[in-house]
Write a protein that binds this ligand. Structure first.
Ligand code: ADP
Ligand code: ASP
Ligand code: MG
Length: 413
């Protein structure tokens, strides 16, 4: 029997009524002839609440213990979900990540999946059961519980869909699909029928919280059809898929804002071979994930090097830099923790000119100052003051007509 993986996000499971509604959705899919694997997130704001509990006791909690704690949220969801299915007369069984041998590396709070033992799930499906798997968590080779990073249940779902050869991975959430930008910030953003893995990967990595970036990576690598859709309304959402020809006509597909960021500037570093390597090796040892990197030569002897990181990695990054500061002969370190990054993304940028000018023009008109700029083949990003982030996203969204479906925009948008 063909398998469908259905993932329900926290807001879609916030109370008993919502769990029942999600269970009905699963039952409907079972009735139409599919085997269903459910992946569930922690209910409502539970992950945030558990983090607050931890911080009240310890401002710098051990990461292993954070994973041990946070994984309980998802464990509660799947067992409650299984109980709701049982009450409706359906055979269901729930598992933690460890119980299905979802093995990760040992990088607590941002672990990466190494392998999944799909056999246990398959056996239960073959017995006619609905299988529920706690999202966001795994187990390392030493038996420690790990988590995959905030929003990581999406990745559990897509990885399971790949491991089980599922027909589709449905992501049920509190919006009706992927929009041109975050509809909570730009209310006129429009839902897209489809978006390519590459564009979605950029959007997710640059702040579109609707999908966990690693989930999109898995989807692309294993060709999993991902359908992001509403857990409230029964209508089609957005399909994340390989690039299709009609996508080429659109210059800018979407815009994003990434808020919880910091920028570190290393001023007047010795301009000699090996220094950049030393800096990033030290950051990698500290397990800091680095975003955009900018380096400029200021003289034949000196260079300035800047990079973006998530705010949660700031302390680790500061320590890593302190350790090699004298080795690279860095004159001073300048840190900004009040920034946000605004990006526009689109495959069409590969073949169109004028996108950068239009973006900078929109920001200028909105009186938003640009701190730094980075580009790739399919995106342009500007670092701005955090308190201007929403205004900046709105200005850029209007400029690129992200309030209209792609076919109704003027040709250069
Ligand atoms: P879940 O709990 O279901 O995983 P998330 O909060 O992680 O839900 O993701 C859904 C949220 O993502 C939406 O409520 C929306 O505010 C946000 N979001 C950000 N960018 C986008 C976008 N481009 N399209 C749709 N939603 C987006
Ligand atoms: N519960 C986790 C979080 O809030 C994982 C998820 O929702 O995907 O980040
Ligand atoms: Mg999410």
């Amino acid at each position: 029997m063909a398998i469908i993986v259905q993932k329900f996000g926290g807001t879609s499971l916030a109370d008993a009524g919502k769990i029942r509604r999600a269970a009905e959705r699963v039952i409907k899919t079972v009735k139409s002839g599919f085997s269903v694997v459910v992946v569930a997130s922690a209910r409502g704001q539970q992950t945030d609440e558990l983090i607050a509990d931890a911080l009240e006791l310890n401002p710098n909690p051990p990461e292993r213990e954070m994973d041990q704690l946070l994984s309980t949220g998802e464990q509660q969801s799947v067992s409650l979900f299984a109980m709701a299915l049982d009450a409706a007369g359906y055979d269901a069984i729930s598992f933690t990540g460890g119980q299905i041998q979802l093995v990760t590396d040992s990088v607590h709070t941002k672990a990466r999946i190494k392998s999944i033992g799909a056999e246990r799930i398959q056996k239960q499906l073959d017995e006619g059961k609905i299988v529920l798997v706690a999202g966001f968590q795994g187990i390392d080779e030493n038996g420690n519980i790990t988590t995959l990073g905030r929003g990581g249940s999406d990745t559990t779902a897509v990885a399971l869909a790949a491991a089980l050869g599922a027909k589709e991975c449905e992501i049920y959430t509190d919006v009706d699909g992927i929009h041109t930008t975050d509809p909570r910030i730009f209310k006129d953003a429009v839902k897209m029928k489809q978006v390519s893995y590459d564009e979605m990967l950029e959007m997710a990595s640059l702040g579109a919280g609707v999908m966990h970036p690693r989930a999109v990576e898995f989807g692309k690598k294993y060709g999993v059809k991902i359908h992001v859709r509403s857990s409230i309304e029964e209508k089609d959402g957005t399909i994340i898929t390989h690039e299709v020809p009609q996508m080429e006509g659109v210059v800018v597909t979407g815009a994003t804002v990434q808020k919880d960021m910091a920028k570190i500037d290393l001023v007047n570093v010795d301009n000699k071979p090996g220094n950049a390597a030393k800096i990033f090796a030290s950051l990698a040892t500290a397990k800091v994930i680095v975003g955009d990197i900018m380096q400029t030569e200021v003289s034949s002897e000196k260079a300035n090097l800047s990079f973006l990181i998530g705010i949660s990695d700031l302390n680790a990054a500061k320590n890593a830099i302190e350790q090699i500061k004298s080795e690279i002969n860095c004159e001073s370190i300048f840190i900004r923790d009040n920034i946000a990054e605004i990006s526009v993304i689109g495959m069409g940028m590969r073949t169109h000119y004028g996108v950068a000018g239009k973006m900078f023009g929109a920001l200028a008109k909105a009186e938003v100052n640009i701190d730094s700029i980075t580009t790739s083949e399919i995106r342009i990003s500007c670092v701005v003051n955090k308190n201007q982030a929403e205004k900046a996203l709105q200005a850029v969204s209007v400029a690129f007509e992200l309030d209209k479906p792609a076919e109704k925009r003027s040709r250069d948008s």
